[in-house]
Design a protein around this ligand. Structure first.
Ligand SMILES: [Zn+2]
Length: 309
């Protein structure tokens, strides 16, 4: 809580609150720099905008404002949302990385470990920040994949999905991405962002872990997947072939002579930049732009190659 005079940098914001509402700011000092920046950005759009409330709710920053320029509201609202999202990883007391804590009597606040200890109310972290960010990163990845699927629906199916649905998924993906790693990159904490991504990969293991495919030729499928993932672990056990790539699910192949039994599956593989060339050298069909490859004469699978550096 802060009233005018205590923290002079907040004076411009406090003066925007109508006097009869009681001029106070209901958040801790760790979030003050955010509020000062937000006020400057909002004032640049509407110098006379009004603040209704600045408070903390269940560990989140909540800023309510108004402007008589309704056409500028959306732009200002986006700035407020961005500030609230930034606060969602910062200790409300000191402004360092903070996570949700609950106290003995059920209070919820976003704090760092040392501030949580300092207030002496038995605050304990609900989750650590890495777990939270990794979970959000996973949401971002899955929402992105869903958005891609929705964008590529055949016309008859896409007519049954509204543009609003697509926008909602896209916004979910970008919000989750922002809350997981983007703010870290903005603050130059690239190493921490890398740890979040690594942690996410570990958590993805409870997704699809194995794909079972029927092929005409174990030998051809082995050559195909070894070209994509030279670092795969390959195991042959009688009639089955197991290929465990460094990323993504393991592939388990069985051989069938009858052509109609072989698997027809279109899937995507995350590959390095050399994969398309290795596939061509091994005699497989690869699209000119290197984005698609076909496991010819083995399975009838079309693999979309997603090159990642
Ligand atoms: Zn702190």
């Amino acid at each position: 809580m802060s009233d005018e005079g205590e923290y002079p940098e907040l004076t411009p914001i406090l003066r925007r609150i109508p006097e009869q509402w009681g001029r106070s700011i209901g958040v801790g000092p760790g979030w003050f720099p955010l509020l000062v920046d937000l006020d400057a950005a909002l004032a640049a759009i509407d110098p006379d905008y009004v603040v209704h409330q600045v408070k903390e709710e269940a560990g989140e920053l909540d800023v309510r404002f108004d402007t008589i320029h309704t056409e500028r509201y959306q732009q200002m609202h986006a700035l407020v949302r961005a500030a609230e999202q930034r606060a969602s990883h910062l200790c409300e007391e000191c402004g360092k990385t903070g996570v949700l804590h609950t106290s003995r009597d059920g209070g919820v606040r976003r704090l760092c470990a040392s501030c949580a200890a300092a207030v002496q109310q038995g605050y304990e972290a609900v989750f650590d920040d890495l777990v939270t960010r990794a979970a959000l990163y996973r949401v971002a990845q899955q929402a992105t994949a869903l958005h891609r699927t929705l964008s590529s629906l055949p016309p008859d199916a896409s007519r049954r999905i509204t543009g609003g649905d697509l926008d909602a998924v896209s916004q979910l993906a970008s919000r989750a991405l922002w809350r997981s790693t983007a703010d870290l990159h903005e603050r130059g904490e690239h190493e921490y962002a890398r740890q979040v991504v690594e942690r996410t990969r570990a958590a993805m293991a409870d997704g699809v872990t194995e794909m079972r495919l029927v092929t005409n030729s174990l030998a051809i499928s082995e050559r195909f997947w070894r070209a994509i993932y030279p670092a795969s672990v390959v195991a042959r056990d009688g009639d089955t072939l197991q290929i465990t790539p460094p990323v993504g699910p393991a592939l388990r192949f069985e051989e069938a002579v009858a052509a109609h039994l072989i698997t027809t599956v279109d899937t995507a593989a995350v590959v390095d930049a050399g994969a398309a060339e290795r596939l061509r050298a091994a005699g497989f069909e690869v699209a000119d732009d290197g984005r698609f490859a076909v496991d010819v004469n083995a399975t009838d699978a079309t693999i979309r190659l997603e090159v990642q550096p």
